[in-house]
Design a protein around this ligand. Structure first.
Ligand SMILES: NC(=O)c1ccc[n+]([C@@H]2O[C@H](COP(=O)([O-])OP(=O)(O)OC[C@H]3O[C@@H](n4cnc5c(N)ncnc54)[C@H](O)[C@@H]3O)[C@@H](O)[C@H]2O)c1
Length: 266
């Protein structure tokens, strides 16, 4: 886990409200959960790795909870989100962050690999957003932030299936934002670059194999592509997510905000 960086922005409107963070047991999701807890939110961490989610909630301290969640299943999302309401009360914020990747040359991608990436990354965002948004619209209050990717803006070699799943997240985010604006619900996404997490460690090994490089050479290549000159930390993303979650971003909706250290500037 990366070094703890305390969130520097301060968003008093988040204080005392309840957030659900999917895929919040590790990596970017955990950094987001921690940033929101620093804002005084109570956080419910939903993750397919329930033990890790419980450990993460314990690390955040009192008032934070964890639940087992498979974002691919409508039943799991409905049951989990209802449990959060029964346990903590009405939630105000959904961070749809759970995601997976595999790496493969486009011509070698199997049906199973395609389905795995699309089911978690795209269907998972659809289900969690829809179930939360029904509540938010009924209450005319609530905010959604989805974790997309640099690969949602530029097709990434060896990640064609993952790129497709993340481009879809941005399309969904834009359309949902435009539909729900009338109800006062904001929907945005963040697009991280090369973030140092478990997902990245797995990708570095795969990419090294597929490109005939060493893992160190792959990491050096990520840094070379990053104008700000280092790997991204999960906290770099979490800072922006806290901002987008807050009233400070009250006039932003339907955006896919790049947080890449300058890798992508479009
Ligand atoms: N690491 C990067 O470089 C990077 C870059 C851009 C975008 N992202 C995106 O950021 C998000 C977080 O990735 P990360 O790097 O922290 O990866 P990670 O593997 O460290 O964390 C992903 C979390 O999602 C959980 N998860 C996986 N499948 C799930 C499911 N079906 N239901 C519920 N939870 C599930 C995992 O258990 C894990 O805790 C993902 O959406 C990923 O695509 C990552």
């Amino acid at each position: 886990m990366s070094e703890v960086v305390k969130t520097s922005g301060h968003y008093p409107d988040l204080q005392g409200k309840i957030a659900i963070v999917t895929g919040g047991a590790t990596g970017i999701g955990f950094a987001i959960a921690r940033a929101l807890s620093h804002q005084g939110m109570r956080v419910a961490i939903g993750d397919i790795n329930e033990d890790a989610a419980r450990a993460a909630a314990r690390q955040l301290g009192e008032g934070h909870v964890a639940f087992g969640l498979d974002v691919r299943s409508r039943e799991s999302v409905e049951t989990g989100f209802r449990w959060v309401e029964d346990t903590l009360g009405d939630y105000h914020l959904l961070i749809a962050n759970a995601g997976v990747s595999t790496m493969q040359k486009a011509l070698e991608i199997t049906d199973d690999e395609w389905d795995f990436n699309l089911d978690v990354n795209t269907r998972g965002v659809f289900l969690t957003n829809q179930i939360a948004a029904r509540k938010f619209v009924a209450r005319r209050s609530g905010t959604i932030v989805n974790t997309a990717s640099l690969a949602a803006k530029v097709g990434a070699p060896l990640l064609a299936h993952y790129s497709a799943s993340k481009f879809a997240v941005l399309g969904w985010t834009q359309a949902l934002a435009r539909e729900l604006a009338v109800d006062g619900i904001r929907v945005n996404a963040v697009c991280p670059g090369f973030v140092k997490t478990g997902m990245q460690s797995r990708e570095v090994e795969w990419e090294a194999g597929l490109r005939g490089m060493t893992p160190d050479e792959v990491i050096a290549d990520y840094i070379r592509q990053t104008p700000l000159g280092r790997l991204e930390a999960p906290e770099d993303v979490a800072e922006v997510v806290a901002f987008l979650s807050s009233d400070a971003a009250r006039f932003m909706t339907g955006q896919g905000v790049n947080v890449t250290g300058g890798v992508y500037t479009g």
